[in-house]
Every structure is written in structure tokens, then in C-alpha cells.
Design a protein around this ligand. Sequence first.
Ligand SMILES: NC(=O)c1ccc[n+]([C@@H]2O[C@H](COP(=O)([O-])OP(=O)(O)OC[C@H]3O[C@@H](n4cnc5c(N)ncnc54)[C@H](OP(=O)(O)O)[C@@H]3O)[C@@H](O)[C@H]2O)c1
Length: 332
Amino acid sequence: MKAVLSKVAGGPESLVIEDLPDPVPGKGQVRIRVSACALNYPDTLIIQDLYQFKPERPFAPGGEVAGLVDAVGEGVDDFRIGDRVIGWCWWGGLVQSLVIDADRCIAVPDAMPLDDAAALLLTYGTAHYALRQRAGLKAGDTVLVLGAAGGVGLAAVELAHAWGARVIAAASSQEKVGYARSHGADDGVVYPTGRLDKEAAKAFSDALKDKLGKRGADVVLDAVGGDYAEPALRAIAWEGRYLVVGFPAGIPKLPLNLILLKGCQVIGVFWGEWVMRNRKDFNESVADLLALYAKGLIKPRISQRFPMERAGEALRMLSDRKALGKILVTME
Ligand SMILES: NC(=O)c1ccc[n+]([C@@H]2O[C@H](COP(=O)([O-])OP(=O)(O)OC[C@H]3O[C@@H](n4cnc5c(N)ncnc54)[C@H](OP(=O)(O)O)[C@@H]3O)[C@@H](O)[C@H]2O)c1
């Protein structure tokens, strides 16, 4: 089988494709013939040793896949050869054949194409946990989503819209805001791509307040960070919830006086840790996502597909802020 490997720390160009022997599933494991692997921003970090997990090299990046089970290890009762599954592996997914613990697999409903299955879990799972579990989002709330055309951002837009919230999308181009609006955002604000000086930060905050209305955002989902965080916090409602999800634009510092003045909560979202600690809640969240998908209320927005030979190019699009929605690498 072929694998896309990180053998030295570096950017997407450092990845190499190599032939490896087909892995054999051990006790409690299955082997997936991978159809597609969906990319996420952490894949761009993990290959540079900039992520919280630092796997031993060589390793394949890629945190979520879908495909067919083609071998089953001892003691696995839940899956059989031929089953269609999602596998969430955190890394290791950019391979044609993946051995994974059976309890990291989810059965894919018949009506869901494998491409959608590959691109569902990490972004919608994170957004679902953030908005529902951490922020207690309810119908009628106003939600501000930063980076609203990115993977987690767009999933948050769709979920918040499906749950009856009013959604304001913020992103770095008109095209991105338009993309978010075509998938459920009610309105949007374009922010600059570079650093924001004091004036630009105030202009961004004013533009947000203008769109959000007098009350401000009940919930802010921030999967971007950097200079965008403080202007967004300034636009939060009294007793609002600010969800800290990710930092592609840098790790910001927030003035505590603002948090006091807004009576708001700044809430850390670490989906991966929550999944490992709360399996029952995670299973319920997945069941809810599959039900929303079946009703047509959410659907992974796959804007581009790349063959595995071009996986580096695909990852480069995420690093260069050029991706819309989800990017998929096809492995067959
Ligand atoms: N906390 C958790 O549990 C959790 C789970 C999953 C992911 N995450 C994190 O959430 C963030 C988003 O992940 P994702 O997979 O949705 O990523 P993505 O699809 O690449 O979206 C990230 C968005 O960030 C914005 N951005 C701002 N500055 C950027 C920069 N310098 N480089 C790249 N993008 C930049 C881009 O939107 P604009 O151009 O519109 O600004 C982009 O659409 C990442 O930091 C990831 O690590 C956290």
C-alpha cells in the first residue's frame, strides 16, 4: 500500500509517498481500505512538530478517513469485512490501508457517500461540542463565527443555522463570507488578512456590532484567534459565551477587564480530550450529527478533491488560507 509520509519536520512539501507492507490488525482492531482522507488544519501543524501531539516519524498525517473494513482482528464484534466506516485516528490517515482500534470506527449509514463520511466527524464534531455542550446554544441566539468558511467555521455556521440561531459570518474575503452565507449564515463581515492595528481592530469590531445588533453576539465561535479575537470579544453580548477553538492566526491575549465588563464567559474547547473522557456523550453527539445529516440539515462542503500524489498541494491550500469548507484526498 502507498502512504503519504512525514519523515522530517517541515511543510507540506516535505511529505513523501512510499510503498509500505499492508498492516495487519491486532486484537480489537480493524483494517480499513481507505477511500478518502479529509484534511484539517492540525494536519499542517503536526508535520511541522507544532501540534500538541508529536508522533514518532515516519508517520502519515490525516486525522479522519472513511472506507471499507477489509480485515478484522481478534475480539472485534461490532464490525465485519465489507462494512463502511469512518475512522478517526488523529494522524495516520493518509494511507491506502489503515489499521485502527475498532472503537475509533463509526458505521456509515447506507445513504451517506464515503466522501461525506470522511469529512464529517472532526469539524462537525468540534462545532457540535462547542456550540451545544460548551455554549448551550439555543434557538434565537445570535452566533458570530470567525473563519466562517473554514472547516470548523462552516460546520458551526450550518449547525447554528439548523438549530435556529441567527448566524453572522466573519472571514477574510467576500468569497468566503459569500460561501458561509450560501450555507446558512444570515449576514457577514469581511476582515483584513494582515495584522490589525488599533484602527483596523476598531473598524472590525464596529462592523461586527453593526451586523450583530444592539445586544451583540450571544456566542462567539473563534477558530482563528490572532488579532481578530479582541475585536470579536468587544462585540459579545452581556453574559455571552466566547468559544476558544483554534489559533491559525496566532494565540491572542484577551484583556480581563473586557470579560468583567461583558459579564461573559471565555470557554476552552478541546474536543479531542472531551471525546476520550466522555465516550457516551460523544456517541450521542455523533448520533445527533448523523440524524442532522439524514434530514439534510448539515452536509460536509467538499470544495476540492486531490489524489494522494498531490496530498502536499492539498495541505498547502489549508496553510495558505485558500481552502473553502473541506478538502479531501482520495486514496484509491
Ligand atoms: N479545539 C478543538 O477541539 C479543535 C478541533 C478541531 C480544530 N481545531 C482548530 O480549529 C482551527 C480551524 O481548524 P480547521 O480544520 O477548520 O481549519 P481551516 O479549514 O483551515 O480553517 C481555518 C480558518 O482560519 C482562518 N485563518 C486565519 N489566519 C489563518 C492563517 N494564517 N492560516 C490559515 N488559516 C487562517 C482562515 O479563514 P479566513 O481566511 O477567513 O480568516 C481559515 O478558513 C485550527 O486552529 C485547528 O487546530 C480545534
